[in-house]
Write a new protein. Structure first.
Length: 138
């Protein structure tokens, strides 16, 4: 089986968590990791002792260079719309983080882009079953 190529966008706390998860999945290669802050993704990889095949800070360049099978968007919520739209229009599926967008208008445009391009877009629900959250609600 061919490994899927992932491009990770964002090198903050959730970016590092996703990087660890991607790097331990034998079906996926961390083909690229970018962040708007120059050097942040490479520093995150060094901190975690993992290796991506490409580092940078420009999404358009990364999409062309990495040629990912999918993108994981762990940027700040204000960037989700632009990252998601760019990826979907490039034909690349996106896994996003919560919140999906900073406004319902942006969220609707993101869903519309997925429908228009027929490219998958999903938002992670990774904490849905977190016992600490359930304890807080209960």
């Amino acid at each position: 089986m061919t490994q899927l190529r992932a491009l990770l966008v964002g090198a903050g706390g959730m970016g590092k968590t996703w990087a660890k998860n991607i790097s331990t999945n034998t079906d996926v290669t961390l083909a690229g990791w970018i962040d708007i802050r120059p050097g942040a993704a490479a520093a995150g990889a060094a901190e975690l002792n993992i290796q991506a095949q490409y580092y940078g800070n420009d999404l358009a360049v990364a999409l062309c260079t990495v040629k990912p099978d999918f993108v994981v968007d762990v940027t700040i919520p204000e960037a989700h719309h632009d990252v998601t739209i760019a990826c979907l229009e490039a034909g690349i599926p996106v896994i996003g983080e919560k919140p999906m967008a900073v406004s319902m208008d942006q969220a609707r445009r993101m869903v519309a882009a997925s429908e228009r391009t027929s490219v998958r877009y999903m938002v992670s629900q990774s904490r849905r079953y977190d016992a600490r959250l359930w304890a807080y609600v209960a």
